[in-house]
Design a protein around this ligand. Structure first.
Ligand SMILES: Nc1ncnc2c1ncn2[C@@H]1O[C@H](COP(=O)(O)OP(=O)(O)OP(=O)(O)O)[C@@H](O)[C@H]1O
Ligand SMILES: [Mg+2]
Length: 183
C-alpha cells in the first residue's frame, strides 16, 4: 500500500496562491476533480482563479455563492472549468443534475467547501486544504531573523496574508503524480 502524495506549501499572499493554482492547472485534465476546503476567506476562490488562468478559460473566476456552479469554457481546446459552491449541495450528483453546458467528464471540476462531501465523491480526487497558520511566527519562522525582529512587531501585518496549503492526491489517478510545491 502506498502513501498518498502530500505537499505542504506556505503562501505569502494572494498572488502566491494564484501562482500555485496555475502550476497545478498544468497537471489537470478532463474528468479531474479538485476539492477545496478551508474557512471563510481562506483563499479557495483565489486558488481557483489561478487554476482558471492556467487552464486558459473564459470569464472571471469569482465566488460561486448563490449560483451553485459556473461553467468557464476553454479558450483553446482544453477542458472547461466547472466551479462549484458545494455549501448547499448534498452530493456531486446534484451538480450533474443541474444540466450544465459541460459534463463533468469533459471538465475540470473544482468544488469549494467540500468537507462534508468527501465521502460521496469519486475515489479519484485532489484535496486542497487552505488555512491561516495559527500560533504566530513560531510555526513558520524557521530560518527567519529571530526573536529580535519578531519582537519589533514589524512582521504583524506582513504575516496577515500568509496561508498554508496542503495538496493531497487520492486514488489511482494521482498515484505517483508529483504535485507542485510552488507556483
Ligand atoms: N495567501 C493568500 N492566499 C489567498 N488569499 C489571500 C492570501 N492573503 C490574503 N488573501 C485575501 O484573502 C481573501 C481570500 O478570499 P477568497 O474569496 O479566495 O476565500 P474563500 O476561501 O473562497 O472564501 P469563501 O469561504 O467566502 O468562499 C482575498 O481577499 C485575498 O486577497
Ligand atoms: Mg470562495
Amino acid at each position: 500500500m502506498t502513501e498518498p502524495d502530500v505537499t505542504r506549501t506556505e503562501l505569502a499572499d494572494a498572488d502566491a496562491t494564484r501562482r500555485l493554482g496555475r502550476a497545478l492547472a498544468g497537471l489537470l485534465r478532463a474528468g479531474d476533480l479538485v476539492v477545496l476546503t478551508g474557512d471563510l476567506g481562506a483563499g479557495k476562490t483565489t486558488f481557483t482563479q489561478g487554476i482558471g488562468a492556467g487552464l486558459g478559460v473564459r470569464g472571471q473566476v469569482a465566488s460561486p455563492t448563490f449560483i451553485i456552479a459556473r461553467v468557464h469554457p476553454s479558450l483553446t481546446d482544453g477542458p472547461a472549468l466547472v466551479h462549484v459552491d458545494a455549501y448547499r449541495l448534498g452530493s456531486l450528483d446534484e451538480v450533474d443534475a443541474l444540466d450544465l453546458d459541460a459534463s463533468l467528464d469533459e471538465s475540470v471540476t473544482v468544488v469549494e467547501w467540500g468537507e462534508g462531501l468527501v465521502e460521496s465523491l469519486a475515489e479519484d480526487r485532489l484535496e486542497v486544504s487552505l488555512r491561516r497558520p495559527r500560533g504566530g511566527a513560531g510555526t513558520l519562522g524557521v530560518g527567519g531573523s529571530g526573536p529580535a525582529r519578531a519582537a519589533s512587531g514589524e512582521d504583524e501585518d506582513a504575516s496577515a496574508g500568509t496561508r498554508v496549503v496542503e495538496l493531497r492526491g487520492v486514488g489511482p489517478r494521482w498515484a505517483g503524480v508529483e504535485l507542485p510545491v510552488v507556483g
